[in-house]
Design a protein around this ligand. Structure first.
Ligand code: 4AD
Ligand code: MG
Length: 431
């Protein structure tokens, strides 16, 4: 008999079926025993009556332990009180792989312990719900750009040019060519691709040797980066509103079960609709000072400042035109105030902080070269990037949305390390 998935059981009421999975919990009341089994598609309760099965089956059932892998055969019957609306009247049971002293019990474990057992912890309901929210966000990202006519361009992970800043690079020896760096961003490459295809994006892992242990930083995280020819900073912000709203709406629509499992209050998510409020960096500093922050003009917003500022809004807020000195070399100088650049960050509400960094790009050859020199970067490594300003330069803009921060916000989880299956942090390389 072909095995069925638990998610398909409703269509099999009255049939005898076989399914395979892992034991989640067991209990017994003398003559009747129960086991909840999980197969990845769902959960179902198997029920066994002592006087309806051979003694060996009863005994085997009685000795099942948490996470034993099993094959169960039985009749599917309607059971309105159970979550899937059905249960399985088990008649045959085969233990595929025993599980002795499973390290994660239903009791509370500390976070460190759980992350050391991340490979097993992934099996729990809450972690599965987070993973499915992430899966939906990734699919929404791809669908959005596909529908909007963007071309996906995969960018290299081993790079010769520093993408963002020298401070947090992972470097490796690259044959006879000196140092190669793990990509901090795919941006420089999608800028080149934008001149070929107009609207493009890349989506992949990026790396930063972040020494900070905050709930917003990983050393390896996924970033999606659209880049659009002839978009200025204003059009770039409109794209962000539309994109972020689409992602949130998709999760609200298709991952209700998971959001419920996560006990996520969906009211703040329902409000995520364009237009997003906008505030200039300069006004933000004044407002923050009014709210008690002692930050001064010319420094970047810290995590606490972002949280404080975002509290004033009921949806994500776009903060634009930061001081040139705190931002990357490629951002376009603001013609109206050359101390600033035509960039923006998008801050998520509810204390999640920056989920997007974006900007219009410097399209003037001489200004870009000067910035490269100023930041102590090697112009030779940027020759190809400067070429884009030499052969048909063009106004263009793009942004990077951090996947884990976005998932953490939408799922309502406190720390981004739970938003990726196997997080990489300064002190964590296993599992
Ligand atoms: O603001 P960032 O550094 O921007 C860029 O890398 C640009 N090249 C993007 C572009 O314009 N194409 O990073 C973009 C986003 C941040 O807003 C944040 O969501 C995420 O990437 N991010 C991180 N996420 C987790 N851990 C880290 N260490 C992160 N650093 C950035
Ligand atoms: Mg940033």
């Amino acid at each position: 008999m072909a095995a069925v998935q638990i998610s398909e059981l409703r269509a099999h009421v009255g049939d005898t079926v076989t399914l395979r999975g892992w034991v989640v919990t067991t209990r017994s009341s003398g003559k009747i025993a129960f086991a909840v089994v999980r197969d990845g598609s769902g959960y179902v309760q198997g029920v066994l009556s002592k006087n309806e099965v051979p003694e060996a089956t009863w005994d085997a059932f009685g000795s099942l332990t948490q996470e034993t892998s099993v094959t169960l055969t039985g009749a599917v019957r309607e059971e309105p009180r159970s979550p899937g609306g059905v249960e399985l009247a088990v008649t045959e049971l085969e233990v595929v792989g025993p599980s002795v002293d499973y390290p994660i019990s239903p009791k509370e474990h500390g976070t460190t312990y759980l992350f050391e057992h991340r490979h097993l912890w992934l099996r729990t309901r809450r972690q599965a719900a987070i993973a499915r929210v992430r899966h939906e966000v990734e699919q929404a990202i791809r669908d959005y750009f596909y529908q909007e006519g963007f071309t996906l361009v995969d960018t290299p992970i081993l790079t010769g040019a520093i993408g963002e800043e020298a401070g947090n690079l992972f470097a490796t020896d690259y044959f006879d060519l000196g140092k190669a760096y793990l990509a901090q961003t795919g941006q420089l490459y999608v800028e080149a691709a934008a001149a070929a295809f107009g609207k493009v994006y890349c989506f992949g892992p990026t790396f930063r040797a972040e020494k900070s242990k905050t709930r917003r930083h990983l050393t390896e995280f996924w970033m999606v980066e659209p880049e659009v020819a002839f978009n200025d900073s204003d059009a770039n912000m409109r794209l962000q509103e539309s994109f972020v709203s689409y992602i949130v709406a998709r999760v609200l629509d298709r991952r209700k079960e998971e959001l419920k499992e996560l006990e996520r209050d969906t009211a703040p998510l329902e409000r995520v609709q364009p237009p997003f409020p906008r505030i200039s960096y300069t006004d933000a500093v004044a407002r923050l000072n009014g709210l008690g922050s002692d930050m001064t003009w010319g420094t970047d917003l810290g995590g606490d400042d972002e949280t404080l500022l975002a509290k004033d809004y009921d949806r994500p807020v776009l903060v634009y035109n930061y001081p040139k000195e705190v931002k990357a070399f490629y951002m376009k100088e603001n013609p109206a105030d050359p101390r600033t650049v035509l960039n923006n960050d998008c801050l998520a509400p509810e204390g999640y902080g920056e989920i997007i960094g974006g900007s219009q790009r410097e399209d003037d050859y001489d200004k870009l070269l000067a910035r490269i020199h100023q930041q102590g970067l090697d112009p030779e490594r940027y020759r190809w990037y400067l070429d884009l300003r030499k052969y048909g330069t063009f106004v263009h803009a793009g942004f990077g949305l951090g996947l884990e921060r976005t998932v953490a916000w939408i799922a309502g989880i406190p720390h981004i390390r739970e938003a990726i299956a196997f997080p990489r942090q300064i002190h964590r390389l296993y599992p």
